[in-house]
Design a protein around this ligand. Structure first.
Ligand code: ADP
Length: 354
């Protein structure tokens, strides 16, 4: 087997560890392995080079992805994917490992389905198959088919560290802090940070809020203050919404607390620091396990047509068909947009349901 590996979409700490695992396991299994630079755009442009054991040395502890990642409009078009297939064929590649989020895995699924058509139109064997395995790479932890995606734990630790740092200044000044986290459609980061950072209130996209949520939040903060806690934290996921579906702005939460309780309230929007830095041990191990499992999956059954994502559920490696991953990950967002919170949570399937 000749395997290509790429990272795509939003970068996530641990992507390097995943590439390293895929490359080294492939070499152990006797496969040739190639890196595709800059995601699907690099595939369209032919930025494909062989990778050896030492090319992936010293990267397990580095954030980001040394292969680079990109968003590619070209790859969204049939002709763009044709170019990509042409370049893969030039290297005799017949298997692809994609590390990325929902969009990247959708792209992988589309490519696997079209592969034979492209090959035929390029004058090759129309029965040929592209084996595809996806790895979940997303700090938001918003993918169906895994309890944890690569990068989420590192992002969570960044947030909790920031909350700890804010706590000391908050306590000195008797301040309340509103912290906005990433998570456009998934409240995992905000909810877990709320637990680990001792927040008084958390706002996430999966919670159905009634018209009185402001009052409940204010009551909770007031109670915590009465109990003698000198400072409070409120965590707002960027995708949290009002009952009518309109986004909740973290600034409006901050102003509300300040006005209603007449207390000193400050807003911290964490932004891109959540993506950066060295991956945690958890993310390195997760990425390594998933990368090794992806290659073993390809090796164990070379005759099968692979089109799966490898994930971790209840601490076990599981494979879910890409069609199911893509459909259910999108379905969660659609249900949230329709206000079907219970349905969205049932579909979510991540550990934070409990
Ligand atoms: P993420 O993987 O982090 O969700 P994006 O949604 O930006 O990031 O997707 C990354 C890339 O995957 C896109 O720039 C595009 O090249 C490819 N992609 C996404 N959706 C599709 C699709 N429906 N068909 C083909 N390629 C897609």
């Amino acid at each position: 087997m000749r395997i290509a590996v790429l990272t795509s979409g939003g970068d996530a700490p641990g992507m390097n560890a995943a590439v390293r695992a895929v490359v080294r396991r492939s070499l152990v299994k006797g496969f040739s392995v190639f890196g595709v630079w800059n995601g699907y755009q690099g595939m369209v442009d032919g930025e494909i080079r062989p990778l050896g054991w030492h090319d992936v040395g010293g990267i397990i502890n580095k954030g980001g992805t040394f292969l680079g990642t990109a968003r590619s409009e070209d790859f969204k078009r049939y002709e763009g994917r044709r170019e990509a297939v042409k370049h893969l064929l030039e290297h005799g590649i017949n298997a692809l490992v994609v590390i990325g989020g929902d969009g990247s895995l959708t792209g992988a699924y589309v490519l696997a389905n079209e592969w034979a058509d492209h090959v035929r139109e390029l004058g090759g064997d129309g029965d040929s198959v592209l084996h595809v395995v996806g790895l979940p790479g997303s700090i938001d932890n918003d993918l169906y088919g895994t309890d944890m995606s690569i990068g989420a734990d590192t992002a969570l630790n960044h947030i909790v560290r920031a909350m700890d740092d804010l706590s000391s200044t908050a306590a000195s000044h008797q301040r309340t802090f509103v912290v906005e986290t990433m998570g456009r459609h998934c409240g995992y980061l905000a909810l877990m940070a709320g637990l680990a950072g001792g927040a008084s209130w958390v706002l996430i996209p999966e919670e159905e809020l009634d018209m009185r949520w402001h009052n409940k939040m204010i009551e909770a903060i007031a109670k915590a203050r009465e109990a003698g806690r000198p400072h409070q934290m409120v965590v707002v996921a960027e995708g949290a919404r009002h009952a009518d579906g309109l986004p909740i702005q973290s600034k409006e939460v901050c102003d509300l607390i300040s006005k209603r309780l007449n207390i000193n309230t400050r807003l911290t929007v964490l932004g891109h620091v959540q993506r950066g830095g060295a991956p945690t041990a958890f993310d390195r191990i997760l990425a390594t396990r998933l990368g090794v499992a992806a290659v073993d999956f390809l090796a164990e059954n070379p005759e099968a047509r692979h089109c799966h994502m490898v994930g971790l559920r209840e601490n076990r490696i599981v494979f879910t068909h890409l069609e199911e991953v893509v459909q259910k990950s999108k379905a969660v967002v659609e249900e949230l947009e329709k206000g079907n919170y219970q349905k969205a949570l049932e579909l979510r399937g991540t550990s934070f349901r409990n």
